[in-house]
Every structure is written in structure tokens, then in C-alpha cells.
Write a protein that binds this ligand. Structure first.
Ligand code: ZN
Length: 75
């Protein structure tokens, strides 16, 4: 069953890698608040090319097509 553990490990690393790659935030279309989303939200939210995503803003609680913005600083 070693192959199974290996696949689990690779899947975990894949998720971790993807999570770290998301170094951008989202800007609310209504109030211009810049906010982060979790990887799960990123997975389930509908996306519109090239860089829009349907998200609920944590500041004004309205759902809008938020625009992707590059995060300042890197980590
Ligand atoms: Zn807002």
C-alpha cells in the first residue's frame, strides 16, 4: 500500500503548492475594498476571464465581480 501513501503525499504537496501560489487579492467592485479569499472560496467561486471572480465582499457584503489585484510584497 506504499503507492497509496505516496499519492496522498503528492496530493497534499500539490494543494500546498497551489495555495502558496495564490499571492493575489481581490478588489470589490462596489466599495473598492481589497480582500483575500481562502483556497476553498477560490475553488468554488465562478470565474470570468481574464481576471474577474464572483465574490462576496467582507466590507459591504455585496456580491460582485471582484477584480484580481497583485498583492504588494511577496511571500
Ligand atoms: Zn465591497
Amino acid at each position: 500500500m506504499h503507492w497509496f501513501l505516496l499519492i496522498l503525499l503528492l496530493a497534499g504537496l500539490y494543494l500546498l503548492f497551489n495555495h502558496n501560489k495564490w499571492t493575489y487579492d481581490w478588489k470589490c467592485d462596489h466599495c473598492n475594498t481589497i480582500f483575500e479569499i481562502s483556497w476553498l472560496t477560490n475553488r468554488i467561486s465562478p470565474k470570468r476571464p481574464p481576471n474577474m471572480k464572483l465574490l462576496r465582499c467582507p466590507a459591504c457584503h455585496r456580491i460582485s465581480w471582484a477584480k484580481e489585484v497583485k498583492r504588494i510584497g511577496n511571500y
